[in-house]
Design a protein around this ligand. Structure first.
Ligand code: NI
Length: 142
């Protein structure tokens, strides 16, 4: 992608809000306010775009479940096979004697990804699940 030049624009903020922004910028280790604000805007864009059902998103679905619970593993595997085209990779870790942690890396239409995540998280035996959405990176400038 061609390197973009930065555009300056003016934002008016209450002084205490600006002070808190600068504190956060420093605490998070940004070199300057502009870099911190650019990251905040990107985060909001990713958040906003995932609401549009047709957009392509990337993300992870994290699941914790007890593999001793009847049929949980089969159910999760069946759902994953039904959607193999959007599940790019799966990592399974045995946390202890009972509990498994599974992370699925996904990429596809926002509505499809959300549906798969809901189905997996709602499966009987899943103790906790979470979909984390990020960008495919294609239409988000650095
Ligand atoms: Ni396991």
């Amino acid at each position: 992608m061609k390197k973009e030049t930065a555009t300056r624009f003016t934002v008016s903020l209450p002084p205490t809000l600006l002070k808190q922004l600068d504190e956060m910028t420093r605490e998070k280790g940004y070199d300057n306010r502009s870099l911190a604000i650019a990251d905040m805007i990107r985060a909001q864009l990713v958040e906003h775009r995932q609401k549009s059902d047709s957009r392509e998103i990337a993300g992870t679905i994290t699941l914790v479940y007890d593999h001793h619970k009847l049929h949980v593993q089969e159910t999760l595997t069946d759902i994953q096979h039904d959607h193999h085209e959007v599940i790019l990779s799966t990592v399974h870790v045995h946390l202890d004697h009972h509990n498994c942690l599974e992370v699925l890396i996904v990429r596809g239409q926002a509505s499809v990804i959300r549906k798969i995540a809901d189905e997996l998280i709602a499966a009987k035996g899943v103790k906790h699940g979470k979909l984390t959405v990020t960008t495919t990176g294609k239409d988000l400038p650095a």
